[in-house]
Design a binder for this molecule. Structure first.
Ligand code: AMP
Length: 188
């Protein structure tokens, strides 16, 4: 059983790699971005409240997200481990998760930082074509990442479970490095 947190800037490949790893290992893939997009598409109350933030590349306020995550972590598939993709995105979410995991008697094995140079991120996001992948929103999402999410790396560094993976490589190679971490035979 593994519990992993995928960190890294927008465009680093978190979603793609988390999905691939989830498919090959059977670990549940939990993407807060996907959960929000699905709430927006279904037009739920949460979706309606979250939409402007997502469209503008801002973080959705914690109070909208925390219950959503809590409910998802309590679903049965998450009992056998999880890959958190896109959460935590700021210091208060990291603190919330830390407290929550203690409460539910779970622990994160590794926080994985997918590292990709900034110019590559921009190029990748521009060809992806999601609604929030226009140049202006991408710029804002990168700013938000540096301002709010990058400091979270320090939190996991202090905890001693941060692993950095070079995400600027072919998809299969990145996946191989992640598999090695999951299988416990990673070389530092
Ligand atoms: P993602 O699919 O992870 O790139 O997320 C897309 C968008 O969803 C982000 O730009 C935010 O607006 C929102 N979002 C996803 N996860 C979070 C989170 N943990 N906290 C706040 N907003 C989030």
């Amino acid at each position: 059983m593994k519990r992993l947190i995928f960190l890294g800037p927008p465009g680093a490949g978190k979603g793609t790699q988390a999905k691939l790893l989830a498919d090959t290992t059977g670990i549940a893939h939990i993407s807060t971005g996907e959960m929000l997009r699905s709430a927006i598409t279904s037009g739920t109350t949460l979706g309606k409240k979250a939409q402007t933030y997502v469209d503008m590349g801002e973080l959705v306020p914690d109070d909208l997200l925390l219950d959503l995550l809590l409910a998802r972590l309590r679903e049965s598939d998450a009992k056998n481990g999880w890959i958190l993709d896109g959460f935590p995105r700021n210091a208060s979410q990291a603190a919330f998760l830390d407290k929550l995991l203690i409460e539910i008697n779970q622990a994160c094995d590794y926080a994985i930082n997918l590292e990709v140079p900034e110019r590559v991120l921009m190029d990748r996001l521009l060809v992806r074509g999601r609604k929030d992948d226009n140049p202006e929103t991408i710029r804002r999402r990168l700013e938000v990442y540096h301002e709010h999410t990058a400091p979270v790396l320090d939190f996991y560094l202090q905890e001693g479970n941060l692993k950095s993976v070079n995400g600027d490589r072919p998809l299969e190679e990145v996946n191989k490095s992640l598999q090695e971490i999951v299988n416990g035979d990673s070389r530092e």
